[in-house]
Design a protein around this ligand. Structure first.
Ligand code: NAD
Length: 287
């Protein structure tokens, strides 16, 4: 029988991901600072414990899915963190989107305890997390990739090895910068079309059979009523928080600054999402 897998962070993404591990027959031991988020998983048979150290005390494979860099630092190296109790030879997979420099720091800290840390951020959103169709971008020691893949294929359709630790984050940050630019472009385009008297559903249909098509126009359209089953059709609830997108654009900005890379549209997208946060939309979906 399969051994227990630890899961830390049962939010919009973590909960459906952990459910897919259960579905594939892995016993799950999990924790979240917000007790309410553990309920559903507990009802499905997962063991819930108080903190990350307790997870590490029992499981030697752990997946973390947390909001941002400070949460990851806390969960790995904090007073009740994973590394306080981690077993030698453990595999620690962080699927949060964070600063690649922090991923590298966590890998060094894990190695000191005889454990292996890999970054494996995801693309795909809550829908893909639920249906097990995420794309994982994995950075870390190549010899450990097969072991990581065994777990990640339960939650994703694509598991791609990117290179040394931190390169999964690099790929993810690039993807999300393009996603943000595409979403803003789709939004202003749809708005112009509506003001020119076009029916938004028809305009989306035309874009999606033309060269303006992108993921934001054909899979996650920002205009209410154009598509079903997306946050725009549900008052922008759930999905991928505007605050999280602003965070990812901040990471893109930092890495661009460090490498002296010009990213004018990425920078503008960052400012626009920060303005949206300031205007009270931080907790709403980024579309
Ligand atoms: P979320 O805020 O819904 O969930 C994060 C969870 O982590 C929350 O339940 C929170 O209580 C928990 N948490 C925070 N600090 C903790 C701690 N110290 N110990 C234990 N639990 C803690 O966020 P999400 O939407 O699930 O996103 C998670 C990560 O995945 C983010 O980095 C995000 O950028 C990335 N991501 C999200 C999406 C999406 O569509 N939502 C898609 C791809 C990637």
């Amino acid at each position: 029988s399969k051994t227990q897998v630890g899961f830390i962070g049962l939010g919009n993404m973590g909960k459906p991901m952990a459910k897919n591990l259960l579905k594939h027959g892995y016993p799950v031991i999990a924790t979240d600072v917000f007790p309410e988020s553990c309920k559903e998983l507990q009802e499905l048979g997962a063991q819930i414990v108080d903190n990350p150290a307790e997870v590490a005390d029992q499981a030697d494979r752990i997946v973390t899915m947390l909001p941002s860099s400070p949460n990851v630092i806390e969960v790995y190296t904090g007073p009740n963190g994973i590394l306080k109790k981690v077993k030698k030879g453990s595999l620690l997979i962080d699927s949060s989107t964070i600063d690649p420099a922090v991923s590298k720091e966590m890998a060094v800290a894990a190695e000191k305890m005889g454990a292996v840390f890999m970054d494996a951020p995801v693309s795909g959103g809550v829908g893909a997390a639920s249906s097990g169709k995420l794309t994982f971008m994995v950075g870390g020691v190549e010899e450990e990739f097969t072991a990581a893949q065994e777990l990640l294929t339960c939650m994703g359709a694509n598991v791609v090895y990117c290179g040394a630790v931190g390169t999964g984050q690099a790929a993810k940050i690039c993807n999300n910068m393009l996603l943000a630019i595409g979403m803003i472009g789709t939004s202003e385009t749809m708005n112009l079309g509506i003001r020119l008297g076009l029916d938004p559903k028809l305009l989306a249909k035309i874009l999606n059979m033309s060269s303006g098509r992108c993921w934001s126009s054909d899979t996650y359209n920002p205009v209410p009523g154009v598509m079903e089953g997306v946050p725009s059709g549900n008052h922008y609830q759930g999905g991928f928080g505007t605050q999280l997108m602003a965070k990812d654009l901040g990471l893109a900005q930092t890495t661009a600054t460090n490498t002296k890379t010009p990213v004018p549209l990425g920078s503008l997208a960052h400012q626009i999402y920060r303005m949206m946060c300031a205007r009270g939309y931080a907790g709403k979906d980024f579309s």
